[in-house]
Design a protein around this ligand. Structure first.
Ligand code: ZN
Ligand code: ZN
Length: 302
């Protein structure tokens, strides 16, 4: 997307949501009712319950519509699985915004075919937890272009200490692939892992309707976080201006080693000098004064 497509200048307000969540309809520890209540009571505005779309669970597209209230909503979704990745794991594909009757995969359906089928059905599709599963550049090529890469996966924090997938993402961006990104919990509530409140998105749109949230997600009108807030990013000539919650350090990163880093000092407003930032794209990271990070979607200078 271009800088103008960042969410900040668009109408509406930010809604906090978790895009990757499991219940006992697959391998999660809690019922859909319990999961929705836990997120609602923690101040989230929405979640997508994305149970594993596998034959062992009877291909669940968990219906959460009865759990919506006037202040909390859900987007119907699932985590899709198909053939194997380069290193021999089944694919994990996050699909948010699926129809109830999304069909199970055909016997020889590939990751690319299934991802395309989900996108054709209107879903926001992301490559789930690349770092955790050792997803390679060859895998990204095999699945083809999707909406996003999950750059921060909450369950991987405690599962194998590989929550962060920015490295692969930055390589893909440097190749010119215009991915958005997301941070999620991948909440299961099992195995003694702390996977609640580990990562979320803040989506900007005018109403808390599943359709409005989904189109804002598809358009990239959101940012990701596991702590700080981003209030504004805009360009003013050769400066990029940032407003955020108290930051200890902020970064504009781009192609290869291109970067501008500014010491935060718990500040709320920053400028990045674009003179000398030799990159066709950039992305902003806020390292929070109280810990955690917030990440903008990548944007292209054109
Ligand atoms: Zn997964
Ligand atoms: Zn998952």
């Amino acid at each position: 997307m271009s800088i103008d497509q960042l969410p900040f200048s668009h109408p509406g307000r930010f809604w906090k949501g978790n895009l990757h969540t499991h219940s006992d309809r697959s391998d999660g520890g809690y019922s859909p009712e319990q999961v929705c209540r836990q997120y609602r009571e923690a101040g989230y505005d929405f979640i997508s319950l994305t149970d594993h779309f596998l034959p062992s669970y009877d291909f669940p597209i968990t219906d959460t519509r009865s759990l919506r209230t006037n202040r909390f909503t859900t987007i119907i979704g699932a985590e899709l699985h198909t053939d194997l990745t380069e290193f021999g794991s089944p694919w994990h594909i996050l699909a948010v915004g699926l129809p109830d009757d999304f069909a199970p995969p055909g016997e020889s359906e590939t990751a690319a075919q299934m991802a395309n089928r989900a996108m054709d059905a209107g879903a926001y599709v992301a490559v789930a937890h690349p770092s955790w599963y050792g997803i390679t550049e060859r895998d990204l090529e095999a699945i083809g272009m999707v909406d996003a890469i999950e750059v921060h996966n909450g369950v991987a924090v405690d599962h194998n200490n590989h929550p962060d997938s920015w490295s692969l993402t930055d390589v893909a961006l440097a190749r010119g692939l215009r991915y958005n990104v997301c941070a999620t919990d991948d909440f299961h509530g099992t195995c003694g892992r702390h996977d609640f409140g580990r990562g979320w998105v803040q989506v900007k749109c005018e109403s808390l309707e599943p359709e409005a949230l989904l189109s804002a997600l598809k358009a990239g009108h959101y940012y990701s976080s596991n702590g700080p807030k981003i209030h504004d990013i805009r360009r003013d000539g050769t400066k990029l201006l940032l407003r955020c919650s108290p930051a200890s350090r902020v970064f504009l990163t781009g192609f290869s080693a291109a970067a501008v880093a500014v010491d935060g000092g718990n500040g709320l407003e920053f400028e990045f000098d674009l003179d000398g930032f030799n990159s066709p794209f950039g992305r902003v990271t806020v390292r929070g004064a109280d810990g955690g990070s917030a990440w903008s979607n990548p944007f292209w200078f054109e």
